[in-house]
Design a protein around this ligand. Structure first.
Ligand SMILES: Nc1nc2c(ncn2[C@@H]2O[C@H](COP(=O)(O)OP(=O)(O)O)[C@@H](O)[C@H]2O)c(=O)[nH]1
Ligand SMILES: [Mg+2]
Length: 217
């Protein structure tokens, strides 16, 4: 007999209690939070830079950038873009956990923040199992990753509230069948709201920003 599964369930349910406390704190402070997930290099930090640049005049923005190491490049990029940011080193863990978010929130000026973006660790598997107390989970898929990713990472694609399809400027150069990709997404997550855009050229960004503004209104 194995005790492994119950232990994992216990850890996840302890995480969920912390996540619920985080959500209560965010709601009390009037902060809308997004858990941004994607594979490494999909464009999480690039989308954050674009989003912060576009919205910082209207809303105070806080960032929690999760990384498996001490390298704080993403938090520095977010800070340069105009967000209040905290770097979280997961110590090699492949995902952020609610307790890490709770500790990071203690370092942010919550009174100045209306939008909180959590940049999760680049990974299409582990982050989907860990609730962080955010109001929406947003996944970035990018063109060079290939059109098969919804089929290979169904748990990630089925559990999110919005999908950004980044790097559409690369469509002419990469074999990527958008119909196949969207069919996979639709099967797993019917009606999922999605935004095809390019953080490089800016094409398609307005629809994404409009969706965010509607959440913040
Ligand atoms: N061509 C192209 N490159 C992009 C786009 N968005 C991001 N990149 C590049 O992709 C690389 C990884 O981006 P980054 O935002 O650091 O990804 P992250 O690891 O998910 O945070 C960088 O070299 C970006 O300049 C895009 O829309 N088009
Ligand atoms: Mg990044």
């Amino acid at each position: 007999m194995s005790t492994r599964i119950p232990v994992v369930e216990k850890v996840l349910s302890a995480n969920d209690s912390v996540a619920a406390a985080i959500r209560a704190l965010l709601d009390e402070r009037g902060i809308y939070a997004i858990n941004l997930m994607a594979s490494p290099g999909a464009g999480k930090t690039s989308l954050i830079e674009r989003t912060v640049a576009a919205l910082k005049q209207e809303y105070g923005i806080g960032m929690i950038n999760g990384d498996t190491s001490e390298a704080a490049f993403d938090a520095e990029r977010s800070q340069r873009a105009g967000a209040h940011s905290v770097h979280v080193n997961t110590g090699g863990k492949c995902h952020l956990e609610a307790a890490m978010i709770r500790d990071a929130l203690a370092l942010l000026p919550l009174g100045e923040i209306r939008l909180l973006i959590i940049e999760n660790v680049g990974n299409l598997v582990c982050p989907s199992s860990w609730q962080l107390g955010a109001h929406a989970s947003v996944l970035i898929g990018s063109i060079p990753e290939g059109d098969d990713k919804p089929y290979k990472y169904p748990k990630m694609y089925s559990g999110v509230d919005a999908l950004v399809i980044n790097k559409i400027d690369l469509l002419p150069y990469v074999e990527f069948d958008m119909v196949r990709f969207r069919r996979g997404v639709e099967t797993l997550n019917p009606g999922l709201v999605s935004f095809a855009l390019s953080c490089r050229t800016g094409e398609g960004l307005e629809a994404w920003l409009g969706w965010l503004r509607s959440k913040l209104a």
